[in-house]
Design a protein around this ligand. Structure first.
Ligand SMILES: C[S@@+](CC[C@H](N)C(=O)[O-])C[C@H]1O[C@@H](n2cnc3c(N)ncnc32)[C@H](O)[C@@H]1O
Length: 201
């Protein structure tokens, strides 16, 4: 099992945005959509052993469960429409303290980074902080069941960094990369290490 926790600092908390302006009035929702694609989409299929937590302004968590996910296509716009639908279901709900499922495999609930961290730890996943100045992932000991935390286009806020400080910081290389590219690299690193172990001697 793998999880990715992506922090969306400017994504609106309501569905009142247009799918025609994801990088602008939708607060860089395009980045989160690309992260979802990178986390789940294979050439011909979906990674079912993945969970993505999109933490919106540290107030709402949209959780996508690969094991139950349906209607996910590789383009940004249709993913944004699924997320907008989740925000609409939440906005219309009379029980905003409760999680609800807005479409198969997509859940929305109030919560922030600390809740997402508790959730993945409850699943037994090891948390890793993807951080440009961390230790090189190539030489790091990695657990096959990991939860990786990354930010959108903005730096981690001091309160987020404080929550993450105790976890291993991993660098994917010397350059600052797009968040979705980081997810692809992490998947590849874990695929190579664990999905295709070297044949025993
Ligand atoms: C586009 S970067 C964030 C913006 C960047 N920190 C800046 O200069 O404003 C998105 C996220 O991807 C992850 N990331 C990017 N490059 C990385 C690298 N070389 N190693 C580890 N994580 C990286 C980090 O979690 C980062 O917060």
């Amino acid at each position: 099992m793998r999880a990715f926790i992506v922090l969306g600092h400017r994504v609106p908390l309501t569905p009142n945005f247009t799918l025609n302006d994801l990088p602008g009035s939708a607060g860089r929702l395009d980045i989160l959509c690309r992260c979802v694609t990178a986390a789940f989409c294979l050439s011909h299929g979906i990674r079912r052993d993945v969970i993505v937590y999109l933490v919106l302004q540290n107030q709402i968590i949209v959780r996508l469960e690969g094991s139950q996910l349906r209607h996910l296509n590789p383009d940004e716009r249709s993913t944004a429409a699924l997320l907008q639908r989740a925000l609409k279901a939440f906005a219309d709900s009379t029980h905003k303290d409760r999680e609800l499922e807005s479409s198969p495999g997509i859940f929305i609930a109030p919560g922030g980074l600390s809740d997402a961290l508790k959730s993945v730890q409850g699943l037994g996943l090891r948390v890793y902080w993807l951080y440009e100045q961390g230790s090189p992932i190539r030489h790091a000991q990695l657990h096959k069941d990991g939860a990786f935390v990354l930010s959108d286009h903005l730096e981690f806020l001091p309160e987020e960094a404080a929550l993450l400080e105790g976890f291993p910081k991993l660098s994917l290389g010397p350059l600052s990369l797009h968040a979705d590219h980081c997810i692809v690299i992490v998947h590849n690193e874990l695929d190579v290490r664990f999905a295709f172990p070297p044949a025993s001697q």
